[in-house]
Design a binder for this molecule. Structure first.
Ligand code: BGC
Length: 346
């Protein structure tokens, strides 16, 4: 099996005619398109040479943001004292762009930052020019809301400010700065991280937790807010290695109990990219092999239920929502990114 082509095919097959990428086509709760997953997927597709697919997603995203214009404008006119995560833009939409009616947590701001990051990096210039007004509006929105506690990238802990959420926003605002040629304040976010979200010279998960979270790697890969060899990043990755890495796979954080707390493909791929970029190729190859051992005819899962943190929780989740999502498009996207890193493609 050519895992790379297979991954691209799975992503293509599961992109809606409007451009949305479904998170997972056959998992009861993932029949939506997330700005977070979608932006990472579009970035990987573009980098792997599938520009048409990425562009379709970007157009889908801009259409949604256009539809949210009055909500954003209202928010911009409101004092931060009166804004909570309930007022933030939705994190996921139906594939046709309409609002979802599920009762899942919604207020998360990272996906819109990741969207701007992916647009600046991969969208064609004419698409960027056409949507300059919306890019301006979205960056004002992110400047306004980054201090507002919201759900984290795993849709948990709504009372905190989360480091990887801030990375996504800072990367998006830095991207907007390049497009708009004016300051967007992303440096202030990085200073906040350095002041409030570090401990023992490494990053911590959030204002609520000193634990590490594997999404902290995003500071270096893919967002490149820190150089690979920055001591803070090096120490953070060491902690992730010690606390969250087991035999090829990476956990989200040390107390994760979602499906028992298995090892996540998409995070393992990102850790492996970090290793490629830090010159630790052997470590990267072990992870690549681990990921490839988990392909089957349905593709890659979200997580692998091994070395579970709380094995009693696994059957409870299966009973509630069914088997672990497979294929998860974001897993395929990050696997593609790893392959491109290994091939030395920029
Ligand atoms: C994860 C999110 C992800 C969503 C869809 C959730 O379980 O926590 O990060 O966006 O699944 O893949």
């Amino acid at each position: 099996m050519d895992f790379s082509e297979y991954s691209i095919q799975i992503i293509h097959t599961n992109q809606s005619p409007q451009g949305a990428y479904i998170a997972s086509p056959n998992f009861s709760q993932y029949g939506y398109c997330w700005f977070r997953d979608g932006s990472f997927i579009a970035a990987a597709m573009a980098r792997a040479g599938n520009m048409e697919s990425a562009e379709k997603f970007f157009r889908w995203g801009f259409q949604i943001i256009a539809g949210q214009k009055s909500r954003i404008e209202k928010l911009l006119a409101t004092s931060n004292d009166f804004i909570t995560h309930n007022d933030l833009l939705p994190t996921r939409y139906n594939l046709d762009g309409t609002l979802t009616s599920d009762d899942w947590p919604n207020g998360q701001s990272d996906g819109y930052g990741t969207f701007l990051w992916a647009v600046e990096k991969y969208a064609p210039q004419d698409l960027i020019d056409e949507n300059r007004g919306l890019i301006e509006l979205l960056s004002k929105y992110l400047i306004k809301v980054w201090r507002i506690p919201c759900y984290d990238v795993w849709e948990e802990n709504p009372g905190g400010i989360h480091t990887s959420t801030l990375f996504s926003i800072a990367a998006g605002l830095r991207a907007a700065e390049k497009i708009l040629h004016r300051e967007t304040g992303w440096i202030e976010i990085m200073s906040f991280i350095e002041k409030e979200l570090m401990e023992c010279n490494r990053l911590k998960k959030s204002t609520l937790s000193s634990d590490v979270d594997a999404s902290l790697i995003w500071g270096a890969v893919p967002f490149e807010l820190f150089p690979i060899d920055n001591p803070v990043m090096v120490n953070t990755v060491k902690s992730i290695e010690n606390r969250l890495y087991v035999n090829g796979g990476v956990k989200r954080y040390s107390t994760d109990t979602y499906f028992g707390g298995g090892s996540w493909i998409l995070l393992s791929a990102t850790l492996a990219q970090y290793y490629v970029r830090s010159g630790e190729l052997e470590k990267a190859k072990i992870i690549k092999k681990w990921i490839e051992s988990h392909f089957n005819d349905k593709g890659l899962p979200e997580q692998v239920p091994e070395y579970l943190i709380d094995s009693a929780k696994y059957p409870e989740w299966v009973e509630l929502w069914g088997e672990i999502a497979r294929p998860l498009l974001w897993s395929h996207a990050n696997y593609l990114e790893l392959l491109l890193d290994l091939e030395g493609k920029v």
